[in-house]
Design a protein around this ligand. Sequence first.
Ligand code: GCO
Length: 254
Amino acid sequence: MSSLFSLQDHIVLVTGASRGLGLAMASAMAEAGALVVLNGREQATLDHAAAGLHARGLRAETAAFDVTDYSAAASAVAAIAQRHGRLDAVVLNAGINHRKPLLDWETADFERVVSINLTGCFVLAREAARVMIPQSSGRIIFTGSIMGIVARPTVHAYAAAKAGLGGMAKTLAVELAPRGITVNVICPGFFDTEMNTPLTQNPEFDAWVKSRCPLGRWAKPEELGGAAVFLASAAGNYVTGHMLVVDGGLTINM
Ligand code: GCO
């Protein structure tokens, strides 16, 4: 049973892994035996995150780059493959949100969110596939959102990008399946992360989440770890093109 969910000696890149959901997924994957490469923009924050994993006897390296610097992203993937001779999984998780009533949106803000949350994922998936195709195996996992499935006001670019990941994961899944690569999307509901501080600290929104979500609470970041381990491990061998919703039942609740 333990080998079913084992990631022993797998090489995994997680973007947006300095904190929040990325760090929680990286940590769970490292617990399952993986060597995780943590990506974020700031080396100091990444070093701190990696030190936290090292202190628990887990294996972590860092790769500082901005996912919208597409050539830096490509070089980083190539460097990981060169250093370790393989790349077993990528968790493409880096993302931001921007919340404004429609008429207050600048076009540049829309483009910025899409470039981080969607285009950056496309580039990294392509670069990961460049390594995974010759090895005839690999796992590509995107962090989507229930906001790519259902809607709330103000988060237009975020919702567009997250829905876009859902569509792109399916085209990638069918194209890459013959090459031994699976592609899936994890769709979190409302997690208590730094990105969501404006929401968790808004008493009205907090009450809304608690009443709307059948499990009656915000999720803790570590509650996303199991989904990433599942999709990256042998347990997920036959799962591809799937949107795995982790939302405490929010989207199925009338
Ligand atoms: C929002 C939140 C989102 C949600 C997420 C649920 O403004 O809607 O910031 O990040 O937490 O969409 O996955």
